[in-house]
Design a protein around this ligand. Sequence first.
Ligand code: GCO
Ligand code: MG
Length: 404
Amino acid sequence: MAQRIAEAKVIVASPGRNFVTLKLVTADGVVGWGDATVNGRELAVAAYLSEHVAPLLVGRDADRIEDTWQYLYRGAYWRRGPITMAAIGAVDMALWDIKGKIAGLPVYQLLGGAVRDKVLTYAHATGADTAALLDSVREKLNHGFRAIRVQSGIPGLDKVYGVSGGNAYEPAGRGTRPDEEPWDTGKYLRHIPGALAEVRAEVGPEVKVLHDVHHRLTPTEAAGLGKALEDLDLFWLEDVTPAENQELLRQVRRHTTIPLAIGEVFNTIWDCQTLITERLVDYIRTCVVHAGGISHVRKIFHLAELYQVAAAPHGPSDVSPVNLAASLHVGLATHNFAIQEYMGYPDATEEAFSHAYSYQDGHLHPGDAPGLGVELDEEFAARHPYQQAYLPVARLADGTVKDW
Ligand code: GCO
Ligand code: MG
């Protein structure tokens, strides 16, 4: 029986941090949730959804997930980009949630069923200096994680993006302007191999060690860093160069066999095409919300499967538990899914979003609740209004703006 969408509501709230959540309700009262959060640009995607997408959804058949995706993507002249794709991603997630709830099945069953028992995750360890970093690594090991992304403070730089004391670190500073942080590639390149070597010595050979460069290097610098790190057997080196210049990764590949992971800022399969078909990466990191939802990331991951590229979606605390759940359903049901990023959430976020997914011994499972298994407590969210926040901007010592 066709289920019409009766209501499409956009909720912008800050339970622990800012999230944009889409709520779809069918004529029979079935509720589907989607995450549409774009860190630091939340209100743009909220307006895109409420002004331009929600009116198109009311009255549509909730069963037609793929048709709705094509309608919102191909039917729009101005397509692609993070705002559009996050909006479509939220609609897609919410429709899968509804389909699962109507069928009485968790979404991973609708995607073909489990191909593994649980989804491997990696945690974030950070430290202002190597001693603090090693403490943070030990803490993650004690929590059962066997894959850890490590980010280190750099001597001579007051602040380094992604380095903080806590687990659920806040990568967007509240306020009306972005914080500004210093950057110096030479200082970074001189320090990081030694810091990562100490981490490897601490954890032994079995633990997976990952590191994120946040797009800061040229291909020449990236190739050099890859070579310098090869003996450390890293699981991956992430986002070595700015996302726009994909062809230049050929240069990096010619010089180093270090595994590369890229894609958290990509939004469509076309953004990933060259990287996958030329096998310029080992891991594709597109995020469910930012790459058009479950339907579209599945296509990206299936393309990747042909080329022995593995899926490893972005899962920071700046996208909501609805996105994490969607990613886990995909992860449980997708053969070439390697690992899920899992930073955890602030307490208020955990209180706002009840979830069927659970963590145990370095792994997550999406749970067996029908649909995605996440519900937002709207009253709690309403008590935590949106607060303007921006990701920081990096500058060199002479004031030049540095790449993200
Ligand atoms: C990661 C990321 C994040 C992003 C953040 C931007 O690998 O988790 O790089 O830390 O910077 O999600 O909003
Ligand atoms: Mg990253």
